[in-house]
Ligand binder design. Structure first.
Ligand SMILES: CC(C)=CCC/C(C)=C/CC/C(C)=C/COP(=O)(O)OP(=O)(O)O
Length: 343
C-alpha cells in the first residue's frame, strides 16, 4: 500500500439548475426525434427513456440525469450561440449514451437500470441490440438534419466518439479475461468508455456554432476530464453506492469481477489487501461480497478513486479559463455535481 494520504470525503451536491433548464429545451426535441423510429424501436426506446411503462402506458419515469445533453446546450452558449444551436447535439449525445447503456446492460447481463428492468431483460437480446442500433443511427440523422452549416464536423465528432466508446468497451470486456491489468490501461479504458462521450458532449454545441478551435479544444479537455471523474465516481458507487439510490443491483460490479478503477488501483498498489483481492478476482467464490468491498477499501481503492475524481474536476475547471463567466459557471456546477453525485 502506498503511504500517500487521500481524503475519503465526498461532498454530495444538489442537482444544478442548469440540468433542469437544459432538460426543458432538449426533451421535446428528443421526443420528436424518437417519434421518427419504427414502431418497435420507438416503443422500447420510450420505455428505456422513462416515458412509458413496458406496456406503452405513459409514466413520469426516470430517463437519467441528462448530464450529456445539458453539457451540449451549455457548450453552444460557451461559444456565444443561443442554446437552440446546441439542441440537435444534445439530442444526439443523449441518444448515443442511451444506445450504449442498452447494449452495455445486455453485455453485462444487468437486469436493473434506473430502478426498472433493463430492455434485454424485458424484450430479449435481439430487441436490445436493434433498439440500441436504431438510437445510434438516429443520433447521426439528428445532427445531419440540424440545419447548421457545421453539421458535418459535428457528425464526424459523433462518429469518432462512437469509435472511441466502442474501443473503451472492448477493453473493458477484454479485461474480464485478464488478471494483469495495469492502472494506466484501466484509465485508458475509462477515457474511452466514458471520457470520449462526455468530451464530445461538452464540445458539440460549440462545433455546431462554428466556434474557433481553441474554444472547442478547451471544452473537449473539460469534458474528457469530467468524464474520468464521472467514471471514478461511477465505479465507487458500483461498489459502495446504495442500490435504493443508484437503481442498480447491489455489488453488481463485484459479482461481474469488473476490473474497475478502484479495484485495479487496489490490486496494483494495495499491498497485502490488494493481493488478497487479486486472489479473489482470479477465483469463483461469490459468497461474501461485503468482505470483498471492505478489502478494496483496505487496499486504498476507494480513497484513491475519490481523490482522483476531485483532481480531474479541478483540472477540468482550469481548462475553462477563457470561457465566458455565465456558461463557465454552469459547466463548473455540472462538474461538481458529477463528483458529488450518489446515483
Ligand atoms: C459501446 C458500448 C456498449 C459502450 C458502453 C459504455 C458505457 C456503458 C459506459 C459507462 C458510462 C456511464 C458511467 C454510464 C452511466 O451514465 P449516467 O449515470 O449519466 O446514466 P443516466 O443517464 O442513467 O443518468
Amino acid at each position: 500500500m502506498t503511504t500517500e494520504v487521500f481524503s475519503t470525503e465526498r461532498t454530495t451536491s444538489a442537482v444544478p439548475p442548469v440540468l433542469g433548464s437544459a432538460r426543458d429545451v432538449v426533451q421535446p426535441a428528443l421526443r420528436a426525434a424518437v417519434d421518427r423510429l419504427d414502431d418497435t424501436s420507438r416503443a422500447i426506446s420510450a420505455y428505456h427513456l422513462g416515458w412509458t411503462d413496458p406496456n406503452g402506458v405513459p409514466v413520469q419515469g426516470n430517463g437519467g440525469k441528462a448530464v450529456r445533453s445539458a453539457l451540449a446546450v451549455v457548450s453552444a452558449r460557451a461559444a456565444g450561440a443561443p442554446v437552440e444551436v446546441g439542441v440537435p447535439g444534445a439530442v444526439a449525445v443523449e441518444l448515443v449514451h442511451n444506445f450504449s447503456l442498452v447494449h452495455d446492460d445486455l453485455m453485462d447481463g444487468d437486469t436493473e437500470r434506473r430502478h426498472r428492468p433493463t430492455v434485454w431483460a424485458l424484450w430479449g437480446a435481439a430487441s436490445a441490440i436493434l433498439t440500441g442500433d436504431a438510437m445510434l443511427a438516429l443520433a447521426q440523422e439528428v445532427v445531419l438534419d440540424s440545419g447548421s452549416p457545421h453539421a458535418v464536423p459535428a457528425g464526424r465528432l459523433l462518429t469518432e466518439t462512437t469509435r472511441r466508446l466502442i474501443h473503451g468497451q472492448f477493453l473493458d470486456v477484454a479485461f474480464e479475461q485478464r488478471d494483469d491489468v495495469a492502472l494506466a490501461e484501466c484509465v485508458t479504458m475509462a477515457a474511452g468508455k466514458t471520457g470520449a462521450l462526455l468530451s464530445a458532449s461538452a464540445a458539440i454545441g460549440a462545433v455546431l456554432a462554428g466556434a474557433p478551435a481553441e474554444v472547442v479544444d478547451a471544452l473537449s479537455v473539460f469534458g474528457e476530464e469530467i468524464g474520468l471523474a464521472f467514471q471514478l465516481v461511477d465505479d465507487v458507487l458500483g461498489i459502495w453506492g446504495d442500490p435504493a439510490v443508484t437503481g442498480k443491483s447491489v455489488y453488481s460490479d463485484l459479482r461481474a469481477r469488473k476490473k474497475s478503477l478502484p479495484i485495479t488501483y487496489a490490486t496494483t498498489h494495495g499491498g497485502a489487501a490488494g493481493r488478497r483481492l487479486a486472489e479473489w478476482l482470479a477465483g469463483e467464490d461469490d459468497t461474501d461480497l461485503e468482505r470483498i468491498a471492505a478489502l478494496v477499501d483496505d487496499a486504498g481503492g476507494r480513497q484513491w478513486a475519490t481523490a482522483e475524481a476531485a483532481r480531474h474536476v479541478a483540472t477540468a475547471e482550469r481548462a475553462l479559463a477563457a470561457i465566458p463567466s455565465g456558461p463557465r459557471a454552469d459547466l463548473v456546477s455540472i462538474a461538481r455535481f458529477i463528483a458529488g453525485r450518489e446515483a
